[in-house]
Design a binder for this molecule. Structure first.
Ligand SMILES: [Zn+2]
Length: 365
């Protein structure tokens, strides 16, 4: 009897110990969960302002920073508690501005997932809606959001294609809102049916092509690269020569006007650039010809060689059959554009039009 009672006592003791250990673990665990505490300044304000909500929520570094930096607005308390803190140097200023615009915590968390350029633009724009699905889409530009929405509805393409095509301006008819650019010394510059140079633009330091009989010129580095390109072709048994290279605005104007007179504007636009919109005015494009082949400018064999080798010398084919819907030009197998070996190789390997490549990898939004 006595022995049995002692055993019960012992079991009871073990039970008590287990309970104590469990309680201890629970306390430890809870402390770990709220490891971070509000800074002293923040705690004072919390007490003084009687911000009761704080005790119901986990520690919020955002609220802590807002309080510490004297940027607290009681109206936004719930939002502060739900905005994820990040190390943006303008974090506090930005979130208060976004809150003023009318964004909620979730929107703001999404805004911080966009590029920093977009974040800055959104500080000055009215409240934007339905932008979250574009998070992670390369070169999403908040300024084009409404155009993306319209294009998406009309064309039903995937989000990345939608963003790239709208950035390129393909949602607008060709030659709509063409922007004037100044190439300066930039060899990567793009002119097309949405970008043109002024009628006064003439590239500097052009050089007559080594094989030219009609004073065809390119910018120096392109002219040098062209010589290597033609010599390499020759080694492979391909004979190529230049026909035209640089064209002035006024010469392009004469060409285009004559084509329009012959074929009408709509048709002329499919094969001739309007003055200012031609790569030939950049001094970076040259048209080729095979003097031994009379049926067309180039034979299939010539074209094959150009297609597979031009990038090695810094040139790309701008107007292929596949590129037609994007460039808006009928195929021009004879037209090559200088970009330098590095960029030409990347564009060639990407399989993209230069329009797409430029938007995806050269532009930043
Ligand atoms: Zn050309």
């Amino acid at each position: 009897m006595k022995r049995k009672r002692r055993r019960i006592k012992k079991q009871f003791l073990i039970l008590i110990i287990i309970i104590i250990i469990l309680l201890g673990a629970l306390v430890l665990f809870r402390n770990k969960g709220s490891e971070k505490e509000y800074s002293e300044i923040a705690r004072e304000i919390i007490k003084k302002e009687k911000i009761q909500e704080v005790y119901k929520e986990d520690y919020s570094q955002t609220l802590d920073e807002v309080l510490k930096n004297d940027a607290f607005n009681i109206a936004y308390l719930d939002e502060y508690l739900n905005i994820t803190f990040n190390n943006d140097s303008e974090f506090i200023t930005k979130i208060n501005k976004y809150l003023e615009i009318g964004y909620k915590a979730q929107d703001i968390n999404n805004i911080f997932k966009l590029s920093s350029k977009n974040q800055t633009k959104m500080l000055t724009l009215p409240k934007q809606t339905d932008f979250a699905k574009y998070i992670g889409i390369k070169n999403f530009n908040i300024l084009n959001l409404e155009r993306y929405k319209a294009y998406l509805q009309k064309e039903q393409k995937d989000l990345q294609t939608t963003v790239t095509y709208v950035n390129i301006n393909l949602d607008k008819p060709f030659y709509t809102d063409s922007e004037e650019i100044n190439p300066g010394n930039d060899l990567t510059i793009i002119v097309n049916k949405y970008h043109h140079v002024s009628k006064d633009y003439v590239p500097s330091d052009m050089k007559v092509l080594f094989d030219s009989t009609n004073n065809a010129k390119l910018i120096g580095v392109a002219a040098d690269a062209y010589k290597l390109f033609i010599e390499a072709a020759k080694k492979d048994g391909i004979t190529l020569q230049s026909t035209t290279a640089y064209r002035s605005y006024s010469f392009q104007n004469t060409l285009y006007t004559n084509y329009v007179a012959e074929d009408g504007k709509e048709k002329a636009d499919t094969y001739s650039a309007r003055p200012g919109s031609s790569e030939h005015q950049l001094g970076l494009a040259v048209d080729l010809n095979d003097p031994n082949y009379s049926a067309a400018r180039l034979s299939d064999k010539d074209y094959e060689w150009v297609l597979n080798n031009s990038y090695k010398y810094g040139f790309i084919l701008r107007y292929t059959k596949d590129n037609e819907p994007i460039t808006g030009y009928m195929e021009e197998p004879w037209h090559i554009r200088y970009l330098g070996i590095d960029l030409a190789t990347k564009v060639h390997d990407s399989g993209l039009t230069y329009e797409e490549y430029y938007d995806l990898y050269i532009m930043e939004y």
